[in-house]
Structure formats: C-alpha cells, structure tokens
Design a protein around this ligand. Structure first.
Ligand code: HEM
Length: 468
C-alpha cells in the first residue's frame, strides 16, 4: 500500500523543540479529530511535530509509517528510560500524562525485562481466551449472566423506557468481567470496581479512589501469592514467579483499566453502529456476523486512538522529517486509519471489513487480549439485541457526546429508548450456567441470584434507574 515510508525528497532535520508546534488537545480535537489529523497531514506530511499538553512529541499520521514503527520494536522501542528530554529533566514534573506513563507496566515498558513479562501475560490470558478451556467457558457463562442482570436492572422502570446504555451497561459489564478475571475474594470487588469508575472519570474524588484501588490490588496480589486460585493474578505469578507485590499490582491495574475503559467503548460503539441506521451493520448481524461488525467498528472508531510513545535508538528518517534518537513518537491509529493510503482501500458499504487495520496494534507488541475483548463485547451486545426488541438512539448519531484523552476516544453517554422483547431468546447453548469456581478458603461463598448482597457498584446502578 502506498510508497515506502522513507523515500522522496530530503528529510527536514531540525530539533523537535525548535519547530513550530500546534497543540493537539484542542476543542477541535475533541469534536472532530479527523479534521485535526487532516490539517496536520496537509502541513507536515505523514509525521507531524505537535504539542501534547505542553510537551513536544512526534505524531505519526501515515499508515505505512505507523506500520514501520509498530513492526520494528528493535529500532523503535518503548521504555521511558529511552526518552532523551526526560533524561535531561526537560519534562515538567506536573505534566498531566506523567502519572499514567510513569507506571512501568507491560504496555509502557521496554528493555530486557519486557519479553518475560509479555510472555507471562500471554500465558495468564490463555485459559480465558482458548474456547476449549473450562475457564473460558465459565467466563462466557458469567458474562452472559452479568449482561442479563444489568439488562433486568436497567429495565426495572417498565417494559419500555429510556436508558443510558453507556453508564448502565457498556461500562459496568467489562468492569464485572475484570473482577472475575482478577478473582477478588468475597464482595471486596464491587468497591474496587466503583473506585476504578471514579479513576476513569477523573473527577475530584479520583485521587483518593486511585489510592484505595492500588491498596486493594496490592492486598489481592499478596493474597494470590499465598493462596493461588483459578484467576489471572495466580496464572501471571505462575508464569512469572519473580514478580513482587508492587509489580503484580501494577499489572492488575493495567488489566482493570484496559478492560473497563476500552471494552466499554467497543460495546457502546457497536451498539451505535447496529442501531444507528447503518443498514449494512444490521445485515451483517442477521447473518450472524457480530465479530465482523466489531471489526469494522474498531477500524472506524478505534478505542485506543494514540499509542504510548516509542523512542528511535538512532536518528531515523520517518515521513518528511528526521527523528532524533530518543525523541518521543506517538503512533496515532485514528490518523493512520484516515490516511488515504489506508482508507481509500476500504469500502465503507461492505459488510466485510479489512483485517489490515491497526486498532489492536501491529507487530510484536499488539494486544494480547483481543479475543477476550471481542468475546465480552460480542456477548454483551448480543444479549442487548436479544432481550430488547426495540432499541433506538435518543439522539442523532452525530450529536452523541464524546470524551477524549490523549490515548482514547469513546462515548460519554449513550441515551436510548428501549422496549423489552416479549419472548427474549434464551441464553445461547454454549453459555450454560456452569458451576461457580469455589471461593478461597476462609472466604464466604459468593451467593448467585437475586438475593446476592450488593455493594457500591450495584447500588449506584440501581440509583440510576430510580433517578430517571
Ligand atoms: C476493545 C478493547 C481493546 C483494544 C481496542 C485494545 C487495543 C490495544 C492496542 C492497540 C495495543 C497496542 C498498543 C501499542 O502498540 O502501543 C494493546 C496492547 C495491550 N493490550 Fe489491549 N486492547 C483492548 C483490550 C485489552 C484488554 C481487555 C486487555 C487485558 C485483559 C488488554 C491488554 C493489553 C496489553 C497487556 C497490551 C500491551 C502489549 C505489549 O506491549 O506487549 N487489552 N491493546
């Protein structure tokens, strides 16, 4: 596709800091990021210098250039220790992105310790992603039950009514899935999930919520070291016995954040695609092609819009510039998908979408949890469509409110009008109610069904129904 990334006229070779930098995170970016990308592409070509909340970075806008960086982890490694400006003390200590990048978990990390950590992630996720494994079957059954419970709760106001499917379904469902993966004992999980919600919302109570959450995850990690179970932390420890409690809790935080935010965005975006009037989306679903729909959704609206930075090991030509060794390079998948070198090859009306998109990354560092994420979102959206016969957006698709950060872009809310189906399809045969994993010794069993004691997350969701 297109010409090789490093051909053409001589590259501009000026220090990043000396270039005129356009701020990236503007009101325009929030409402129409595609226009911002187009303007940058017209001015600079496939790689643009931008100001990211006060720090100069390179933004990769070209599809070929993005692939070049993502596929070559040797020459474009991650790892903040490779960032020259940071090494020289030129990053303001109060830079808003510092707290999320300074957490040295698997997504951010480079260096010699990374391969073992990534291998452990792959091993720990495998039982939940391989459909033949009992853990994967049990998780599917649990996701179906959780989805059904959330639908029952949101429709308590009557057979038809209004709901915010983001707050009442798309966000809590993946949080509940993360909680099963983490294997929280007892009911401690609901409070941790509520705290994750507060952290993601970045409101005034986000700071104390993060402290409580990290403490809860450290406690959970220490517990799993003593009492391994059938869960992600125990499998991660088994695959990487050298992990300490602090390192383990960083990885658990990463799992909780990725699952809750990005899978929630995927669910909301898929619902909009299906009910928002795209006839080809409905056609693909009637053909039983939920996965194909989600593939097209992540291609058109990638939940992770910009990837965490890489740093070239040597001065390297990329696009029309020479990037100095140690400069921060952010691949923008949102921009790469809008690059005519990619978008001109994709037919928007087709029910079959391209597999060449970058929404899950590319090369050695691509997402290890793609199956888990699409399974969760697929079950969630399918149960919604099966149990709600009428489902309409309360706003035109182009007026839905979006929220953006330098990393993600998703819906702030998803207002819909629903009608309950008269005879909803039963749970699919491959998701029967399997026996629950027994609780660890010394912890009370989790009670299933309507009598299950509920804590903060459930009370919050019930409050949303009452408050309508
Ligand atoms: C719709 C949901 C998701 C999307 C769109 C997504 C997308 C991505 C992308 C694009 C990358 C590569 C980033 C880069 O190259 O810098 C990535 C990496 C990663 N993702 Fe996901 N992800 C999703 C869900 C998840 C979930 C649920 C988990 C955990 C259970 C997860 C775990 C990871 C990890 C550990 C990495 C780092 C891999 C590495 O650097 O070796 N992701 N994800």
């Amino acid at each position: 596709m297109g010409s090789p990334p490093n051909s053409g006229p001589a590259a501009r070779h000026e220090p990043l800091e000396s270039l005129k930098l356009e701020p990236l995170m503007t009101r325009d970016y929030e409402s129409r990021p595609d226009l911002v990308f187009e303007r940058l592409r017209n001015t600079h070509g496939p790689v643009a210098p931008v100001d990211l909340l006060g720090v100069p970075v390179w933004l990769v806008l070209g599809y070929e250039e993005a692939l070049e960086v993502l596929r070559n982890d040797q020459d474009w490694p991650k790892g903040l220790e490779n960032w020259r400006a940071r090494d020289e003390g030129r990053i303001p200590p109060d830079w808003p992105l510092a707290p999320s990048l300074d957490v040295n978990h698997v997504l951010i990390q480079g260096g010699p310790e990374y391969p073992a950590l990534r291998g452990a992630w792959d091993a720990a996720l495998r039982p939940f992603q391989d459909p033949r494994q009992p853990q994967a079957r049990r998780l599917r059954a649990q996701i179906t039950r959780d989805a059904d419970e959330l639908i029952t709760l949101l429709s308590q106001g009557g057979r038809s009514g209004w709901a915010d499917l983001s707050a009442q379904f798309a966000r809590p469902l993946p949080l509940m899935v993360a909680s099963h993966l983490l294997g929280f004992p007892g009911s401690q999980h609901d409070d941790a999930l509520m705290d994750m919600w507060r952290v993601l919302d970045a409101g005034p109570d986000a700071g104390p919520a993060l402290d409580r959450l990290l403490a809860a995850l450290a406690e959970l990690g220490a517990w799993k070291m003593r009492q391994p179970g059938d869960d992600f932390p125990s499998y991660l420890l088994a695959a990487h016995p050298g992990l300490g409690v602090e390192e383990l809790s960083r990885e658990l935080m990463m799992l909780l954040g990725m699952t809750s935010d990005h899978v929630g965005i995927l669910i909301s975006n898929t619902v909009v695609e299906v009910i928002g009037g795209n006839a080809s989306a409905r056609a693909s679903l009637s053909a039983g092609m939920m996965r194909e729909t989600m593939n097209r959704v992540v291609m058109q609206k990638p939940p992770l819009v910009n990837f965490v930075p890489r740093f070239p090991v040597a001065d390297t030509r990329l696009g029309d510039y020479t990037i100095a060794a140690g400069d921060p390079v952010w691949v923008s998948v949102g921009a790469a998908h809008a690059d005519p070198a990619f978008s001109d090859k994709v037919c928007p009306a087709s029910t079959i979408s391209t597999r060449a998109h970058l929404a899950w990354g590319a090369g050695p560092r691509q997402c290890p949890a793609r199956e888990l994420a699409t399974t969760t979102a697929g079950i969630g959206v399918s149960r919604l469509l099966e149990r709600l016969s009428g489902l309409e957006l309360s706003l035109p698709p182009d007026q839905l409110p979006w929220r953006s950060s330098p990393f993600m872009r998703g819906l702030r809310s998803l207002p819909v009008r629903y009608t309950l189906a008269d005879n909803p399809a039963p749970r699919t045969p491959d998701t029967p109610a399997l026996p629950a994993i027994p609780p660890p010794p010394g912890h009370p069993p989790t009670v299933e069904g309507p009598e299950r004691p509920r804590s903060s997350l459930w009370r919050y969701l019930a409050g949303l129904v009452r408050g309508r």
